[in-house]
Write a protein that binds this ligand. Structure first.
Ligand SMILES: Nc1ncnc2c1ncn2[C@@H]1O[C@H](COP(=O)(O)OP(=O)(O)O)[C@@H](O)[C@H]1O
Ligand SMILES: O=C(O)[C@@H](O)C(=O)COP(=O)(O)O
Length: 421
């Protein structure tokens, strides 16, 4: 029997598959659950478990409660280390939730020290001198400054984290990280002597992640994006073969997109320019009570045989702001998420079995609407996005949950080309 070693709590669903993908590619057999499994669920046979929550933008008290529930379940599975996964762009609301959840997990684990590091160099997320870069831009100059739910206006992670936690935040800068695990550990000790309990780590390459991994051996809680996972499996000398094979793909193909991130806007445009069919959801029509879900399905039905088809609410920042000004930020988000989730369910009812969902919150809504409880991680499509398979009622689906800012411009067509029928 395989005892799980690493227990992960992901604050959104695309983030969970991103993390599971990095663990699988680095040799850990990984199971991803949707939400916290029931107490009577069978014990998990895997090296790592990722519990996917939809806790990034909810009230901090709810995010803390859900994360602690996940922690208790993971502890009951016997895991040796907890990994709190957040976004590589450190997506937070004004209230959190990265800081409050980190505080609560440290308290519950009776631990006095952890790290914070969203670096994911393969996806151009690097941290230098405590500042987060997205490609060549500071976080605060990137498209993330216009995110519909978690606009990020400060790239200084020590400052951002310090605003969210009652613990003292410090920095392990690049000159230390580059010298390897022993020097990193010595810096952890020096910071702790100064009263620091959360250390932001610089990292600009996979080599840095491999230096950081061993320095985290035995640390009860790690908080990070998915990149740090690349350096962890070596701590348990794990060398399993990579990704699970997925069953052959069947059925019709569709894309549902609720991400308004820069990369997704580009992918929607590229899909349209390639001559493929797409249907735009108008949030104001939803708010008026129009039956947009039925309209989208009526549009898609005759086109699905020659799919993939795209149903999207994706829009540029000015359009999103105009909608939010009329409906409110949270209400607009929820309205669109519910509509896209209902459309995804109708598409599956109509025979779609290969589904790409763009957007973290959107993926959360879709996966919950499809009644999925567990996902098998398959081969990587592009960094941070694997194909997965999951049971939805009687059906087996192939699902790709694409983080808003991940993927090349051709992602929507490339993804299907990689599935074997
Ligand atoms: N046209 C729109 N106007 C307002 N809000 C929108 C629109 N399209 C999508 N949204 C909302 O924006 C949010 C996007 O978040 P998410 O799905 O996590 O994408 P990302 O992965 O890019 O962060 C969702 O809550 C979604 O419902
Ligand atoms: O770490 C990342 O960037 C992703 O795994 C992730 O969490 C992205 O979230 P969304 O952009 O909301 O999809």
């Amino acid at each position: 029997m395989t005892r799980p070693l690493l227990g992960c709590i992901a604050d959104d669903f695309t983030g969970a598959t991103d993390l599971a993908n990095n663990l699988v590619r680095n040799g850990m057999r990984t199971v991803q659950t949707i939400g916290v499994p029931q107490d009577d669920a069978a014990p998990v046979q895997a090296d790592a478990i990722v519990v996917a929550l939809k806790s990034r933008t909810i009230a901090p008290t709810d995010a803390v409660a859900q994360s602690l529930e996940a922690l208790r379940w993971l502890q009951a599975q016997g895991v040796q280390q907890i990994y709190f996964k957040y976004c590589s762009t450190f997506d937070s609301t004004a209230e959190g939730n990265i800081g409050p959840v980190t505080d609560a997990l440290l308290d519950a684990l009776d631990s006095r020290f952890t790290i914070a590091c969203p670096a994911f160099p393969e996806n151009q997320r690097t941290v230098f001198k405590g500042h987060l870069f997205v490609g060549d831009q500071l976080l605060s100059d990137s498209g993330m400054r216009n995110h519909p739910l978690t606009p990020m206006g400060d790239a200084n992670l020590v400052r951002v984290m310090q605003q969210q936690t009652r613990r003292k935040v410090g920095l392990v800068a690049y000159d230390v990280v580059a010298q390897g695990p022993d020097v990193i550990r010595a810096r952890f000790a020096a910071l702790q002597a100064e009263g620091v309990q959360i250390a932001v780590l610089d990292a600009i390459s996979n080599a840095d992640l491999q230096h950081i991994g061993p320095a985290l051996t035995g640390m009860p809680l790690v908080t990070a994006g998915s990149g740090i996972a690349i350096g962890l499996p070596q701590n348990w000398q794990i060398t399993n073969a990579a990704a699970d094979g997925l069953p052959s793909a069947t059925g019709l193909r569709a894309i549902v997109s609720g991400s308004c991130s820069v990369a997704t806007n580009g992918q929607v445009l590229r899909f349209q320019l390639s001559g493929r069919p797409s249907f735009a959801i108008d949030p104001l029509a939803l708010a008026r009570g129009d039956d947009v879900v039925a309209q989208a399905l009526a549009w898609a039905a005759p086109l699905l045989q020659d799919g993939p088809v795209l149903v999207y609410a994706t829009a540029e920042p000015e359009a999103v702001k105009a909608v939010q000004a009329q409906l409110g930020v949270a209400a607009a988000g929820e309205l669109v998420e519910h509509a896209l989730a209902a459309i995804a369910r109708s598409l599956v009812d109509a025979g779609v079995r290969q589904l790409v969902v763009a957007g973290g919150e959107t993926s959360g809504a879709v996966v919950q609407a499809l009644g999925i409880t567990q996902m098998v991680i398959g081969p990587q499509i592009e960094p941070g996005v694997p194909w997965t398979s999951a049971r939805s009622g009687e059906n087996t689906l192939h699902l790709a949950l694409k983080s808003g800012n991940f993927g090349s411009p051709d992602f929507f067509t490339q993804a299907f080309a990689q599935l074997h029928e």
